[in-house]
Design a protein around this ligand. Structure first.
Ligand code: AMP
Length: 291
């Protein structure tokens, strides 16, 4: 496994791969502190491509001033061991100055998507994500890039950006990997105390309740959200940032649930902000599919 940290070296390696005729490149962007969620993306990339590149980059542009950039978990040695065991070909881990040298001033603004859901409490976050991911796409020239449904809004932003700017990469979104109790795996779960970790299960309980209600035919968004709020507010360490049911492409909130809408939430457990989401499948639509 090659570990590359300079832009010049990654360009050379990719050029050599293309010359060698290694026909497809799969790419998994990450911020490291890897867990089974990340590894599920890597494994899929391995299955579908000749070469797999994983980036590990804690991107300063996507953190707000008072967010956890400096204390974000960094476990580079262990990450490399895991990726090498998975048969990854290249790890790209540029420094912040390599990515954003003096004078860097270009942004990518996902206009109608960036101020919704997580964007409300994380202004600038999604442009930071879009810039880094687009830079990686330009450098790595992947055929397929893999993202987790866990970061739902990020997937919507990336798909939109790639489509709007005609970037030649296929975006694949893979399911959220959870622990045995339903808690979505996240590098930030490392911040949780044992009590907070147990309490954090209320996110999944609330999302599952929403899924069940929609399955049973409830389409009234207000009713579903109220039920979810009840479940989460019962949990003492939880503070709701938002819960919303939205169209999966525009992120506009919907008054009545339609098949495929997404219920997304962000909840603070103590000081740690967790996000999660599920796609709602209406029973009526499901029975039509079977017929
Ligand atoms: P991060 O390192 O948090 O930026 O995540 C890198 C990629 O892994 C993103 O596409 C995430 O959506 C994905 N990811 C993170 N957690 C999970 C999870 N629990 N299940 C599936 N994918 C995940």
């Amino acid at each position: 496994m090659q570990v590359i940290s300079s832009i010049q070296a990654i360009k050379q390696s990719i050029k050599a791969l293309i010359k060698e005729n290694r026909s497809t490149i799969g790419f998994v962007p990450t911020m490291g502190a890897l867990h089974e969620g990340h590894l599920s993306l890597v494994r899929q990339a391995k299955k579908e491509n000749d070469t797999v590149v994983v980036s590990i980059f804690v991107n300063p542009l996507q953190f707000g001033k008072h967010e956890d950039f400096t204390r974000y978990p960094r476990t580079f040695g262990n990450d490399c061991n895991l990726l090498s065991q998975e048969g990854v070909d290249i790890v790209f881990n540029p420094s912040a100055t390599e990515m954003y040298p003096d004078g860097f001033c270009t942004s990518v603004i996902p206009e109608s998507l960036e101020d919704k859901l997580c964007g409300k409490s994380r202004p600038g976050h999604f442009r930071g994500v879009a810039v880094a991911v687009l830079k990686f796409f330009n450098l790595i020239q992947p055929d397929i890039a893999y993202f987790g449904q866990k970061d739902f809004q990020q997937t919507v932003v990336i798909k939109r950006t790639v489509s709007d700017l005609n970037v030649g990469v296929t975006i694949k979104v893979l399911p959220t990997i959870r622990d045995q109790h339903g808690l979505a795996l996240s590098s930030r779960n490392a911040y949780l105390s044992e009590t907070e970790k147990t309490d954090a299960l209320c996110l999944y309980t609330a999302l599952t309740r929403a899924k069940t209600l929609a399955n049973m035919g409830t389409t009234d968004t207000g009713e579903i959200l109220r039920e979810m709020e009840k479940i989460i507010t019962r949990c003492t360490s939880a503070t709701i940032d938002y819960i919303a049911i939205v169209n999966p492409e525009t992120l506009e909130t919907v008054p009545k649930v339609q098949n495929g809408d997404v219920v997304a939430l962000a909840v603070r457990m103590g000081k740690t902000r967790l996000i999660d989401n599920v796609t709602l499948i209406l029973m009526i639509a499901f029975s039509c599919l079977i017929l």
